[in-house]
Design a protein around this ligand. Structure first.
Ligand code: AMP
Length: 282
């Protein structure tokens, strides 16, 4: 596996692969890799001749009071996982390589897609995400790029950006990988104390309660009933503070009164200081 820290190194390698007629998959990550990330790399390796993973804790997607400085970093371990899963090149730039002195051009998603869900409590987050992902697309020019359904709003916003800006890449969503008790794997789970970790399973349980309401209605239900089921389950644990529970259209992210195929049910909670998100699509 090649390790590249500079944009020109990536470009040279990709140009060589292109001369050989090879296809390229991209898996953007912020490192502290786990089985969720590994599943994306594995999928990319199945579908593409060469896989590039980026490991970059992107400062522009963190708010002022968020965990940029404490975000877990373990590049050596990340490389072991990436190599094992069939990654061909890891791109691990310094902040100055991605945001050189005088950097002043951003990709900002406008409209309703970022005024809801995580966008509401993390203003500017998706501007940072779209900016870094479009830079990564420009640097690596992948045929396909792999993102987790765990970050459902991110996936929808990136699909929209790719469509709106005519970026020649196929965006592939991959299913959420979970712990045995249902908790979605996340680099931020490391922040949880043992008690918080035990309580964190309630997020998945609550979403399952919402799913059961929809199943009981034969695949359809009033959003208000689904929201109530999710909230009631979350509220049973005093250690859980709800950031949001929302029911929206999975593509446009507009609120819907009725749940049916394609509806996204998503929630974010704080357990202690740690913010966790999860969702399911009907
Ligand atoms: P991150 O390093 O948190 O920015 O995540 C990098 C990519 O991995 C994103 O596309 C995430 O949606 C995806 N991802 C994170 N956790 C999981 C998971 N548990 N299952 C599947 N994909 C995930």
């Amino acid at each position: 596996m090649i390790t590249a820290e500079r944009v020109d190194q990536v470009r040279e390698t990709v140009a060589e692969w292109r001369r050989e007629g090879l296809s390229v998959g991209l898996v953007p990550t912020m490192g502290a890799l786990h089985e969720g990330h590994a599943s994306l790399v594995r999928k990319a390796a199945e579908e593409c001749d060469r896989v590039i993973a980026s490991v970059f804790v992107n400062p522009t997607q963190f708010g002022r009071n968020e965990d940029l400085d404490s975000y877990p970093r373990d590049f050596e371990r990340d490389c072991e996982i990436l190599e094992r899963e069939g990654c061909s090149m890891v791109f691990h730039p310094e902040v100055a390589e991605m945001y050189p002195e005088g950097f002043s051009t951003y990709v900002t998603p406008e409209g309703g897609m970022t005024g809801c869900l995580c966008g509401r409590s993390r203003p500017g987050h998706f501007r940072g995400v779209c900016t870094v992902v479009s830079k990564l697309f420009n640097i690596t020019t992948p045929d396909r790029a792999y993102f987790g359904e765990k970050d459902a709003q991110q996936l929808a916003v990136i699909k929209r950006m790719v469509r709106d800006l005519n970026i020649p890449v196929t965006v592939c969503g991959c299913p959420t990988v979970r712990e045995a008790d249902g908790l979605a794997k996340s680099s931020r789970n490391k922040y949880l104390s043992p008690e918080e970790r035990r309580d964190a399973a309630v997020l998945y349980e609550a979403l399952q309660a919402g799913r059961r309401v929809i199943e009981a209605g034969g695949g359809h239900a009033k959003s208000a009933d689904v929201l109530r089921a999710v909230r009631e389950t979350l509220e049973r644990l005093p250690s859980v503070r709800i950031d949001y529970v929302e029911v929206v259209d999975g593509e446009s992210l507009s609120p819907v009164d009725m749940c049916g195929p394609g509806t996204l049910v998503a929630a974010a909670v704080f357990i202690g200081e740690t913010r966790l998100i999860d969702n399911f699509t009907v």
